[in-house]
Design a protein around this ligand. Structure first.
Ligand code: CTP
Length: 402
């Protein structure tokens, strides 16, 4: 069993089962997971934070107002950091708080702030477990897509016999293992770089050349690749889009900045998808002062920018290189020329005049042309669907490669 690289936030609320969670922490650490522990004050009455700190090899969190790092807000950082949150033991109180949106301590606040999947391992007295209020709260959590680790039956610490004993650490581990296995996508283990958006080339401090690219196609590709398990770096020109989950974003403005960012991230990339509309020319001189108009016409001298894809094509060994071609005529001919000239494996060609295609739309109509001559015509579909079809082709190319 290996949870290598998985970030697990272990939320320990107060019950006698905390002693089992100490064993669970140790086992999680041994599987390679990175574990951070968050305790309620009552949990610390059963087992000290030092025990969890030692077993997890990490600081233990418990107080919303004890900010260890002035540069960040700890409960939001923890909430964002986690790949998975496990509440073990989950008391009736903590289940009730989460079900009702109560955030009055660090744990309940973090639980509301996280977008990671939440696993709940209840532990309480049998009558509490059977109480309609607790049952209702658990149903609410199920409706929020929380996963439950059913408690076992037997002699409870309170002397009663019945259901309420926290699931055994081994059973919790095997449930998490199944979850992570199902979560592994077909791009898992692949490093993918995606570029998106336009670039902006300055003329003077108030003017620039750019194009109509919105970045939507590149952001859709980055989002879908991350969902399929890839380790994604998104190099984005100036756009107003939100960074997709689990995507590392590098913002750039000019073609030269994009060149530097892509080249320095490219060495260990398995796949590079250049959806950005990079400027081919920039003003040869950038005026440091605002240019004043005169009564005459104006000519601005332009120079070529570096072709990022062409450079990548020259130095590629085992990478899969995907380019884009936006054409208004002779789609196949022009796109295939680019494929060949830039040494690409795949080019996504779109006719910007087609209905539903083009800049700033949520849909696209594309033809995918492979270097082996195969072509795939994609119908009018959302940019997210088109992104998935492009990634399907990348997987097929990868299989052919290896
Ligand atoms: N590209 C690049 N670096 C540049 C320019 C373009 O990496 N300086 C990439 C784009 O990201 C896209 C592909 O190359 O994947 C587009 O090819 P290109 O020949 O530049 O297309 P156009 O700019 O449309 O060129 P043309 O005017 O020849 O149609």
């Amino acid at each position: 069993m290996s949870f290598k690289g998985k970030k697990i936030l272990l939320c320990v609320s107060g019950g006698i089962a905390v002693f089992k969670t100490a064993a669970l922490t140790s086992k999680l650490y041994q599987t390679g997971a990175e574990v951070k522990v968050l305790m309620t004050d009552s949990a610390t009455e059963f087992v000290t934070p030092l025990t969890f700190q030692t077993l997890s090899r990490n600081d233990v969190y418990r107080d919303t107002f004890e900010e260890k790092d002035p540069a960040s807000v700890a409960h939001i950082d923890l909430a964002d950091w986690a790949d998975l949150v496990l509440i073990a033991p989950a008391t009736a109180n903590m289940i009730g708080k989460l079900a009702n949106g109560i955030a009055d301590d660090m744990m309940s606040t973090t639980l509301l702030a996280t977008e990671a999947p939440i696993f709940v391992a209840p532990a309480m007295n049998v009558h509490m477990y059977d109480h309609p209020a607790v049952k209702k709260n658990m149903d609410v959590l199920r409706s929020f897509n929380c996963h439950f680790l059913e408690p076992g039956e037997g002699l409870l610490a309170c002397g009663y016999v019945g259901k309420g004993r926290m699931a055994e650490p081994e059973d919790i581990l095997s449930t998490l293992e199944t979850y992570f296995q199902e979560d592994v996508g077909d791009l898992s283990g692949k490093k993918v770089i995606v570029t998106a958006g336009p670039t902006r080339e300055a003329v003077d401090p108030v003017r620039y050349f750019t194009n109509y690219s919105s970045g939507k196609m590149g952001f859709a590709l980055a989002e879908q690749a991350a969902k399929r398990g890839a380790d994604v770096t998104l190099v984005a020109g100036p756009v107003t889009l939100t960074t997709p989950e689990r995507v590392e974003r590098i913002d750039v403005i000019t073609a030269e900045e994009m060149y530097q960012a892509v080249l320095s991230a490219s060495a260990d990339a398995n796949v590079i998808i250049k959806a950005a509309a990079v400027a081919d020319y920039r003003p040869s001189m950038v005026s440091t002062e605002k240019m004043k108009k005169s009564d005459d016409d104006m000519v601005i001298e332009m120079e070529r920018t570096k072709d990022i894809l062409w450079t990548l094509g020259q130095q590629k060994k085992d990478q899969i290189l995907v380019g884009f071609a936006a054409e208004s005529e002779r789609l196949d001919e022009y796109a295939l020329k680019k494929l060949e000239k830039k040494n690409l494996d795949l080019i996504c060609a779109n006719n910007i005049k087609a209905v539903g295609a083009g800049f700033d739309k949520d849909t696209n109509v594309m033809t995918l042309l492979r270097k082996d001559g195969e072509r795939v015509d994609l119908p009018l579909q959302s940019k997210h669907e088109a992104a998935n079809r492009i990634l399907d082709e990348v997987i097929r190319l990868d299989v052919t490669h290896s």
